[in-house]
Design a protein around this ligand. Structure first.
Ligand SMILES: NC(=O)c1ccc[n+]([C@@H]2O[C@H](COP(=O)([O-])OP(=O)(O)OC[C@H]3O[C@@H](n4cnc5c(N)ncnc54)[C@H](O)[C@@H]3O)[C@@H](O)[C@H]2O)c1
Ligand SMILES: O[C@H]1[C@H](O)[C@@H](O)[C@H](O)[C@@H](O)[C@H]1O
Length: 340
């Protein structure tokens, strides 16, 4: 069976996903697209040479009889509406992060999915599909560094033109929030945010960098530097300190050069390149599972937990306090998700 997909939002990542589904992955085709910028949606269909219909809006895509499953890649504030509509239509939906812009919005999705009685929602936390993070998890789970005690992370981007307000915490940091709880098989109990000296490259009124300190239920301490105007590259670091050793996320492979009296390797600058393989694996697994009527990736519950944690970080930033994070028990509906 070829899965017929409708895509809502044909911007940067929407175009990327359309391209990989049409050219790199198997078992699916794009049959419907929409964007508030209709001209852009038409141009994408033409450029990709796809046999796909351009619909007026997201609801028409979701409700089209031609569409088996939906991908939501529109702006964050529109996600909740389209995910809820997909659940109402009984259609599997892959939603880019954030699942919704508030924890309450994510909870509404969780409640709607449970009421529907079958899992339909997957959230685009692609780092779980990254070879490097998977290797790191393998090392930890096989006891190669003893019990993890601390994790030191950095999330750095060269510049962040669209990053305003608290988006470093609510839009960038969610990748760490998700992948670290998956890596450690743990959840968070508190957040603290420290504000270092501001870079002169940050837009007016924007704090950059941030240091976020999270504590997990097991007492593991996680520190993350989020620096979205670091100028030099897109650089994701993760080092886990255990009782008997240290394990670090591998660097992306790059040619080692000896030239002009220097030994050097290049650093990537674009987020699209850093996790390119993970997006492929993530969407191929989503297609394969969707065809079988299953959801195996990050769930609506994971999207909700990330939102609760990000909200606590925002509160911690604005109050200067250590903010407790209280997450209810994972509903039994989502228990099998612990496997991935
Ligand atoms: N997983 C990742 O690494 C990753 C990477 C990039 C973006 N994202 C997420 O994907 C989403 C999109 O990001 P982007 O960088 O592609 O942004 P973008 O601005 O390039 O594209 C978003 C597109 O959605 C369209 N849109 C907005 N509202 C719409 C609506 N109601 N109906 C239809 N179309 C609508 C816009 O016109 C735009 O073309 C964001 O939520 C972002 O956080 C995730
Ligand atoms: O900070 C950015 C992240 O590093 C990317 O991976 C994308 O998710 C993008 O949307 C964020 O703005």
């Amino acid at each position: 069976m070829v899965l017929k997909i409708g895509v809502i939002g044909t911007g940067a990542i929407g175009q990327d996903h359309i391209h990989r589904i049409s050219n790199t992955l198997s078992g699916a085709k794009i049959v419907a697209v929409t964007d508030v910028n209709a001209e852009q949606a038409k141009a994408v269909v033409n450029n990709e040479n796809m046999d796909a219909k351009v619909y007026e809006n997201g609801h028409d895509v979701i409700n089209s009889e031609d569409v088996d499953a939906v991908i939501v890649t529109s702006w964050g504030p529109t996600h909740e509406e389209f995910v809820l509509a997909s659940i109402a239509a009984g259609k599997p939906v892959f939603c880019e992060k954030p699942l919704a812009t508030t924890a309450e919005g994510c909870k509404r999705i969780v409640d709607a999915e449970i009421a529907h009685g079958k899992q339909l929602v997957q959230v685009g936390f692609m780092r779980r599909y990254d070879k490097g993070y998977r290797a790191l998890k393998h090392v930890i789970e096989h006891g190669r560094i003893g019990e993890p005690l601390m994790v030191h992370c950095a999330h750095r981007a060269p510049s962040a033109p669209g990053c305003t307000g608290d988006m470093a915490l609510t839009d960038s940091f969610p990748h760490e929030i998700d992948v670290l709880r998956w890596l450690l098989n743990d959840d968070y109990v508190s957040a603290q945010v420290i504000l270092p000296r501001n870079t002169r490259f940050a837009a007016e009124g924007l704090q950059d960098p941030h240091i976020v300190l999270l504590e997990t239920k097991q007492g593991i301490r996680v520190d993350t530097e989020i620096f979205v105007n670091c100028q030099y590259g897109y650089d994701i670091q993760c080092q886990v300190v255990g009782e008997t050793g240290i394990a670090s996320l591998p660097e992306p492979s790059s040619v080692l050069m000896r030239s002009e009296a220097k030994l050097s390797t290049e650093i990537l600058v674009d987020w699209k390149d850093r996790f390119i393989d993970s997006y492929d694996v993530e969407l191929q697994e989503w297609i394969n599972c969707t065809v079988k009527g299953e959801v195996n990736g990050p769930s609506a519950w994971d999207g909700y937990v990330v939102a609760v944690t990000a909200d606590a970080c925002v509160k911690a930033k604005h109050t200067g306090q250590i903010v407790p994070i209280s997450i209810q028990e994972r509903p039994s509906f989502y228990i099998k998700q612990l496997v991935l």
